[in-house]
Design a protein around this ligand. Structure first.
Ligand code: PHE
Length: 458
């Protein structure tokens, strides 16, 4: 029940039974929000780029999102059984071809090609995921990397060269609450055969300072925007609070773990009462450089979610808005890309009422071979995955779904069958949905769940 071939950005691909890309997601592969003039994702990309200037850093913004399984996973050392490879999490065109789940998919290729220095890659990335205000199956990432080579630094002293580069970076006066959390050797060993402790420490320090400068730049711009908005007397109501205009930015480093970096960290920013993860990073693994370029090289890499940063920068409350073609959204950013002083917090247009509808159904019982009547092709409880439902809902009702939550689940004591109840919040960003429209949409969703997942509606 899937197409034989699909065309993405002008290239044709032959599908196989691994194919699992919905038509909604396919239609988003051509949008490239990070390249659209004055789009908040593109503006955010530009601001990040300004912190990593040429000629040290080179920019790559139009790599195709269709990559091989090898590039996305194997080239980075993901083990064969890594959960990220599952069809429930990743969009496959066929067994060997997928929609990249991160911009790291291009690291090895650029390391192989590259001289010493650095690069930034921005692009759309794809993940099957839940549905809520901060998750969308397509978003944008920016990858950054920096490389040094023992063969080209003075006296072969890589640590000294990195520290000298660090010295040339600007300083900032932001408070970093946990500047160097301990790394646990089981999760993040020193790559002791390849890196001296001094080299690893110097690269890590350069990485952290670079990224602190990046968030500092974003938040200085956000604060200036909030202040300008508050000062605009005859404007409409301001959406910023005094605290946001005056409170110092709080950030902290936490230990993380990625297959292609060691040690690894995430950077978290304190925002509206919570610590928010904004990026992952680390000292690149030796194997990645050794396979790609040469054993004398080492450096760092990071990956940032651009929507996450843009939501903070512009105070955009719902990730679906980025995909809106509504002028009430797009017009608010006009002229900002060329003149960042015009950046202002987003002013939400009226929020339309939520419309909740529940759907309850039975999964095929594990014991009832072939299912209790019906098509018999339904999902057995064992291979039920919530992301499959999210995908069907998204496809049937599009961006009118704000979020989907599992509200009840039980196993019938006599039949052993499992029942699930999901609550779907239908809320358009653009108008008030009538009851009839919500019912119509919910009907479509329910039929799609029966047809595509084989569940039995209760
Ligand atoms: N690619 C990682 C992610 O998407 C982020 C990352 C990039 C981590 C580069 C380390 C180095 O989660």
């Amino acid at each position: 029940t899937h197409p034989q071939t699909v065309e993405i950005n002008g290239n044709k691909y032959t599908t196989d039974p691994w194919f699992n890309v919905s038509s909604t997601v396919l239609s988003l592969t051509s949008r490239k929000l990070h390249l659209q003039k004055d789009h908040p994702v593109a503006i955010t990309r530009k601001i990040v780029e300004s912190v990593f200037p040429p000629p040290t850093y080179r920019y790559y913004n139009d790599f195709d999102p269709v990559v091989s399984t090898y590039e996305n996973f194997d080239s980075l050392g993901f083990p064969p059984d890594h959960p990220g490879r599952a069809r429930s999490d990743t969009y496959y065109i066929n067994k060997d071809t997928l929609l990249r789940t991160h911009t790291s998919a291009h690291e090895a290729e650029l390391f192989r090609a590259g001289a010493s220095g650095g690069f930034l890659i921005s692009g759309d990335v794809y993940r099957r995921d839940e549905v809520d205000r901060s998750h969308y199956p397509v978003f944008h990432q920016m990858e950054g990397a920096r490389v040094w080579d023992r063969n080209t630094v003075p006296n072969g002293d890589l640590a000294a060269a990195v520290l000298q580069d660090l010295d040339r970076l600007p300083k900032h006066n932001m408070t970093v609450e946990d500047p160097s959390p301990p790394s646990h050797p089981d999760r993040n060993p020193l790559q002791a055969e390849h890196h001296t402790p001094e080299e690893a420490a110097a690269v890590a320090a350069h990485l952290k300072r670079s990224l602190e400068l990046m968030v500092n730049e974003i938040f200085s711009r956000a604060k200036a925007a909030a202040t300008a908005a508050a000062g605009a007397k005859n404007g409409t109501t301001t959406t910023t609070t005094a605290a946001e205009r005056t409170e110092p930015l709080r950030v902290r480093w936490v230990e993380a773990s990625f297959p292609f970096t060691s040690p690894s960290w995430e950077l978290e920013v304190f925002y509206q009462g919570d610590w928010l993860e904004v990026l992952g990073c680390g000292v690149s693994k030796h194997e990645l450089h050794a396979h790609a370029s040469g054993p004398s090289r080492m450096g760092w890499a990071f990956g940032i979610g651009l929507e996450r940063i843009a939501m903070l920068l512009f105070r955009i409350p719902d990730i679906r808005l980025f995909w809106s073609r509504d002028v009430r959204f797009l017009s608010q950013f006009r002229g900002v890309e060329d003149d960042l002083a015009r950046l202002r917090p987003f002013v939400p247009f009226s929020k339309y009422p939520a419309c909740y509808r529940d759907v309850s159904f039975w999964l095929r019982g594990a014991s009832a071979a072939g299912g209790g009547g019906g098509a018999g092709a339904g999902k057995a409880a064992a291979d039920w995955h919530g992301n499959d439902l999210m995908e069907v809902v998204r496809d049937a009702a599009g961006d009118c779904v704000e979020d989907v939550r599992l509200v009840d689940e039980f196993v019938h004591p006599a039949t052993g069958r499992r029942s699930m109840c999901y609550r779907i919040n239908y809320r358009s960003l653009e108008k008030t949905l009538t009851n009839a429209e919500a019912n119509e949409m919910h009907g479509r969703v329910t039929r799609a769940l029966v047809e595509r997942l084989g569940v039995e509606v209760r």
